[in-house]
Design a protein around this ligand. Structure first.
Ligand SMILES: NCCCC(=O)N[C@@H](Cc1c[nH]cn1)C(=O)O
Ligand SMILES: [Zn+2]
Ligand SMILES: [Zn+2]
Length: 481
């Protein structure tokens, strides 16, 4: 049956009244140092505690909760650490209601006050309506906003208009260890009956204008090793009579991309989707203040001067980034070493319709060609260590309409329809394994600083975001009336 008149107003009023309690819960969750990146027993205990707290919260909402043990993680140094359980929770099973599955993660990036935080990273601290703390926006705040929306219906003794499933993990920042296997295993059990999948693990491109995300780039990550021998050399004793590995590597890395950002690997642009006039128009309406973005990023000049070009080069063209060199001398001082073995690391962000194995062949072929022309006596080995495909959704899927309507109700504006230049592998995994509509519904503002020092979520985003999810449930239900 249709929701009672005035329900939306009551839900919003309740969320406004409860906002301090909702912020307090976020504070409690941020206080748990659930860092999945630093593989220490202490952080793993914190992660397991985080998952237990979340499971308990969901149980208290009446959900049936399964904390799935996925075993342990073997680290390269021989250490074995437990993988925090993945939470599979279900609330409601009304046969006439749509079922929406929400994915989120409760692990965080490392954070220490000494890294340049202005407040304690694990103490949620409010300054001018900004809630600073590690995990505030990535991703504890959005997970709690979803839970706040559910608890609001319950507090008002209103029937939830949708069946809800939660999949919450604790290893996202460490590569979502064991998640894909679990999704595959649960395809016909937990995920059966799921109509829609929603992820809220990215940001708007604006400070104030909400967004819906329908695509992300993928990533192919490479290592290129150049080796003469396993030990370093003295450059007074060997300098001038060797092919130096670092000189080879610098030439190899220098052959990858030119100063305008154009990738120099032959064939790399062959499969990039061609740009249509219709698509070009999409970029014009996006609310990105390029000057503000450039200034707040402390960058003197971007490679492109217009908003449209910048967005296209973040979302729909590949990019090549050089990340580092293992084995290089990188300390202060003037050590006169010649490294005997160095490993360069770079990655290429993939866009529709690029394919990671084709890119792998192109990269290897190009580097072998450059290396052979140097006539070096060193050995070169290239490996693709990660091949994550891009994700793109159909924005005509009905949940996109529900999200747009809910955004209009809560924020009084149409959303920016955006893509994300980074990679959220789970979106593509869900799309391929479950075969249902996937959408990203971010809550955080462009300046939230995920992964950075002074990460924050605005109180406004967190509270209006909780309303957004409540309104979204009602809109989804309307699609199925
Ligand atoms: N806004 C969400 C960002 C998620 C993120 O940072 N993802 C990583 C994933 C990745 C890609 N290659 C290796 N890890 C990213 O760098 O995009
Ligand atoms: Zn995240
Ligand atoms: Zn993250």
């Amino acid at each position: 049956s249709s929701p009672p008149a005035g329900l939306l107003e009551k839900l919003f009023q309740y969320i406004d009244l409860q906002q301090d309690a909702f912020v307090q819960t976020l504070k409690d969750w941020v206080a748990i140092e659930s860092d999945s990146v630093q593989p220490t027993p202490r952080f793993r205990r914190e992660l397991c505690r985080m998952m237990a707290v979340a499971a308990d919260k969901l149980r208290r909402l009446g959900a049936s909760v399964d904390s799935v043990d996925t075993g342990s993680q073997q680290l390269p140094d021989g250490q074995s650490l437990p993988i925090p359980p993945i939470i599979l929770a279900e609330l409601g099973n009304g046969p006439k209601k749509p079922t929406v599955c929400f994915y989120g993660h409760l692990d965080v990036q490392p954070a220490a006050r000494g890294d340049g935080w202005l407040t304690e990273p694990y103490v949620l601290t409010e300054v001018d309506g900004k809630l600073y703390g590690r995990g505030a926006t990535d991703n504890k705040g959005p997970v709690l906003a979803w839970i706040n929306a559910v608890s609001t219906f319950q507090a008002l003794e209103q029937d939830l208009p949708v069946n809800i499933k939660f999949i919450l993990e604790g290893m996202e920042e460490a590569g979502s260890v064991a998640l894909e296997e679990l999704v595959q295993k649960e395809k016909d059990r937990f995920f059966s009956g799921v109509d829609y999948i929603v992820i809220s693990d990215n940001l708007w491109v604006s400070r104030r204008k909400p967004a819906v995300t329908y695509g992300t780039r993928g990533n192919s990550y490479f290592t290129v090793e150049v080796k003469c021998r396993d030990q370093d050399f003295h450059s007074g004793t060997f300098g001038g009579i060797l092919n130096e590995p670092m000189a080879d590597l610098v030439a190899l890395l220098g052959s990858l991309v030119d100063s305008s950002g154009h990738i120099l690997i032959p064939g790399i642009y062959d499969h990039v989707a061609s740009l249509t006039e219709e698509e070009k128009n999409i970029y014009k309406s996006i609310d990105l203040d390029l000057e503000e973005y450039r200034n707040s990023s402390q960058v003197k000049k971007f490679l492109f001067d217009t908003k449209e070009e910048v967005l296209m080069h973040l979302w729909r063209y590949p990019s090549l980034s050089i990340h580092g060199i293992e084995g290089a001398f990188d300390e202060p001082g003037a050590k006169t070493v010649i490294p005997g073995r160095v490993v360069g690391k770079f990655s290429i962000r993939l866009v529709p319709h690029m394919n990671a194995s084709v890119v792998e062949k192109q990269v290897k072929h190009h580097l072998e060609d450059v290396f052979s022309k140097r006539n070096s006596s060193n050995q070169m080995a290239v490996s693709m260590v990660l091949g994550l495909p891009p994700w793109i959704a159909n924005i005509n899927d009905s949940q996109y309409l529900a999200a747009k309507r809910a955004i209009r109700t809560v924020f009084g504006t149409d959303p920016d329809m955006i893509r994300d230049g980074s990679t959220i592998p789970i979106a593509r995994i869900f799309q391929e394994i479950i075969g249902k509509s996937v959408m990203m519904l971010p809550l955080g503002a462009v300046d939230d600083g995920e992964h950075s020092q002074n990460e924050k979520i605005n109180r406004w985003n967190y509270i209006e975001g909780s309303k957004l999810f409540a309104a979204f449930f009602l809109e989804l239900a309307k699609l199925h009336e």
